[in-house]
Every structure is written in structure tokens, then in C-alpha cells.
Write a protein that binds this ligand. Structure first.
Ligand SMILES: *Cc1c(COP(=O)(O)O)cnc(C)c1O
Length: 390
């Protein structure tokens, strides 16, 4: 299948990977007359997503952020409630909590980058002791690796909290044989342009709870009562996914395994490149553990650089790549260090801060061809030759 992406000198971190198949599907949807945020492509996409990710129900939405927002509302989160989430995430997670008027309590990560269950326990205990037990725990599957959902679920249950899982980065990842989006009372996917599969913009909420799914669908459709005239008893939102974009999503879902495999190949090549280099660690699993029943989706390959041992910093490498029009980016800056969330209560141990200071995400897109990957490795090899102690 021919890629549609125009040839470009610039190498991006994670550019959309679309082919003629997506183009054909989009044009067919357009010509069908269903140019609206509902239609047969949306219906089919929801069935296919639920099937792929082992869930009874799926509601597609205009973004992952919208799915987080409505997931929280659907789970009954109200102004003044407490939602405990991971500080090592993209701002969208905490923004969505803030939209509901709830208080976000931030928890640091362990070495995997995902929520540290011991610190989560501390946070839940502390909230309960203050008489404000957490309503929802919102873990995040960082960079395509599923969090420790078994322990998180057990802790949440012990403290009477629901679990909403932010699987925006982990579509296709599995843990103990289960898809990452199968964990939690509900899980959220993102189909933003930089994610592993895209609809250009979009998201989904997946759940086994039919009442929750209907509530989210209702809130996403301006909370219209099922009567002929416009009747409203709740504040609603305009968050449905366009039928045109669902057509793109259906093809992307069919191509998910192929796109994951390309990213996996990129990761293996990076592992080879940094093999034996002091002070540089490739962040994340090379292929899979437990016979492949737990594995990443290999969304963004990142490295951690210890400048003392490596002889260079992640910023030295980033600037050198940037000079050759190759994009690389620091890992997420933790939310408790963000000016906008500085006053949030946080249970931290320094891990996310260290990952932010030493981590660098490298070009990982499945759209990158051999020549482009060769170019990245050529520039890195030159850089390493100039910087390594040896
Ligand atoms: C991308 C992302 C989101 C938001 O998804 P959008 O579809 O861009 O709104 C939420 N959480 C995490 C962790 C993400 O990486």
C-alpha cells in the first residue's frame, strides 16, 4: 500500500501513517452522505474497537481528552471530589479532571514510568484519613506500556474508588494477555495524529458497563432527552466523533498490528545502537515478557541518558539531531512541576523528575522508512563518536 505522506526532509517523532486505503475509506464515507458525527462508520468502528480491546461497549468521541472528561462524569465525579492520577503524563489527563471541578491528587511513578502502587496506597490512605476518600483512580499507561493494573485495581477497590484508565498511549499493548484498554471500570483511547493509530483527531471510551456507556453517549450528544422536541435535564457536550473520521479509524485499526511491528523494529534498532554504551538505557521492553503476554505497543522509543556516565546529556543529543532536522523530545514534564498544577497535592519520590531530566523520545513513527531510519542512526553514530569517552 502506498503511503500518502509527502516526502519531507524533516524527520518527526511520530507522524501519522496513512495510506491509500484510508483515503479510499474517507472518500467512500463522504460520498455516502453520512457527513455527520453519527453514521454507519461510527457504529462499525465502535463494534470493532470493543471487539479488538475485549470490551462489551465502546463510545467513540471527538478526542481522548473528551473521553477522559465524560468518563469521569459518567463515573459520578463532581465538584470537590478527589481523583488520584499519575504525575508522569500529558496535561490532558489532569486537565480533564479539572474540567469536572474535582481535585487532582498527583502520584509519582516507579522506574517503568507508570504510577507507583506504593505511593498510590499512601495517597489513598491520606485522602481517606482526611475524610475525602478518592472517587476515582486514573492511572496512565506511559509511552505504550500498561501500568500495574492488578495492584491499582486492588488498591482502588480497598478504598472504594472506581478506576478510569488512560490508555491514550497504549492501544495495542497487552498485560498478562489482556489488552491495556480492557483494564479499569472504563478505559480511554486517543486517536490524535501523533498516537499509534489516528483518525486525525478522536478518542474512545471502552467499558463493560452498559449503563456507563449510555450515559457517556448521552452526555456527548448535548444531553438530549429522547423526545421529538429539544428537551434537556442535564448539561451536555458536543463530543461525538465524525463519521468521516471513523472511516479512517477503521482502516487504521486493521493496520494496528502492522504499524506496531514497524515501531518494534525501530526499537530493536535503537537497542542495537545503544548496546553497551555506558550511561544510556533504552526505556521500555525490547519485545515482550512472559512469552509475549505482556508487551508494549512500542509507541515512542525513548532513552535515558546519565550525563556523568555517558559523557553527554540528553539535551546535547537532542540539539545534534535537531541540527539535522530530526525531531526528538524530552519525556513529559511531570504535572506537579507545571506552573498550572503547582498547587496540586502531590505524592512524589523524585522518579518522574529524573525521567524528565534524563529522558529523550526518539523518532518512532511507523511511517518512517528505511532511508529515514538510516539517516537518524547515521547522525547518532557521528554524535556518539564525537562524545563517548571510549
Ligand atoms: C494524547 C494523550 C491524551 C489526550 O488525547 P487527545 O486525543 O489528544 O485529546 C490523554 N492522555 C495521554 C496520556 C495522552 O498521551
Amino acid at each position: 500500500m502506498t503511503a500518502l505522506t509527502p516526502p519531507s526532509e524533516r524527520i518527526c517523532l511520530s507522524a501519522p501513517d496513512v495510506t491509500e486505503a484510508e483515503e479510499v475509506a474517507l472518500v467512500c464515507a463522504l460520498r455516502s452522505g453520512w457527513v455527520a458525527p453519527l453514521g454507519p462508520e461510527v457504529d462499525a468502528f465502535e463494534v470493532e474497537l470493543a471487539d479488538r480491546f475485549d470490551r462489551a461497549h465502546c463510545v467513540t468521541l471527538s478526542s481522548g481528552t473528551a473521553a477522559l472528561h465524560l468518563g469521569l462524569l459518567g463515573l459520578g465525579v463532581k465538584r470537590g471530589d478527589v481523583v488520584v492520577t499519575s504525575t508522569m503524563t500529558f496535561a490532558a489527563t489532569v486537565n480533564a479532571i479539572t474540567y469536572t471541578g474535582a481535585e487532582a491528587v498527583l502520584v509519582d511513578c516507579d522506574e517503568s514510568g507508570n504510577m507507583d502502587p506504593d505511593l498510590l496506597e499512601e495517597a489513598l490512605q491520606s485522602c481517606a484519613a482526611e475524610g475525602r476518600p478518592a472517587k476515582v483512580v486514573l492511572p496512565v499507561d506511559l509511552l505504550g506500556k500498561a501500568a500495574d493494573h492488578d495492584r491499582i485495581r486492588a488498591l482502588a477497590s480497598a478504598f472504594g474508588a472506581s478506576v478510569l484508565s488512560d490508555a491514550a498511549e497504549s492501544a495495542g499493548a497487552v498485560r498478562g494477555g489482556r489488552p491495556s484498554a480492557a483494564f479499569g471500570d472504563a478505559a480511554v483511547l486517543s486517536f490524535n495524529g501523533n498516537k499509534i493509530m489516528t483518525t486525525s483527531g478522536g478518542g474512545a471510551l471502552l467499558t463493560d458497563d452498559g449503563v456507563l456507556a449510555e450515559r457517556v453517549r448521552y452526555l456527548a450528544t448535548q444531553a438530549r432527552q429522547p423526545v421529538v422536541h429539544y428537551e434537556h435535564t442535564d448539561i451536555g457536550y458536543n463530543y461525538r466523533l465524525s463519521n468521516l473520521l471513523a472511516a479512517i479509524g477503521r482502516v487504521q485499526l486493521q493496520r494496528l498490528d502492522e504499524m506496531m511491528d514497524k515501531r518494534r523494529q525501530h526499537r530493536l534498532r535503537y537497542i542495537e545502537q545503544f548496546q553497551g554504551l555506558p550511561g544510556v538505557t533504552v526505556f521500555g521492553e525490547p519485545s515482550g515478557v512472559n512469552g509475549g503476554s505482556t508487551r508494549d505497543n512500542w509507541w515512542l522509543t525513548s532513552i535515558l541518558v546519565d550525563p556523568k556516565r555517558a559523557g553527554f546529556s540528553r539535551e546535547d543529543l537532542r540539539l545534534s539531531l535537531a541540527a539535522h532536522d530530526i525531531e526528538a523530545r524530552p519525556l513529559w514534564k511531570p504535572m506537579h512541576l507545571q506552573p498550572v498544577f503547582m498547587t496540586a497535592r502531590a505524592f512524589v519520590n523524585g522518579t518522574s523528575e529524573r525521567l524528565f531530566q534524563t529522558g529523550l523520545a526518539l523518532p518512532s513513527g511507523s511511517v518512517l522508512g528505511q532511508a529515514q531510519i538510516d539517516r537518524v542512526h547515521g547522525v547518532m553514530a557521528d554524535f556518539l563518536q564525537g562524545h563517548c569517552a571510549a
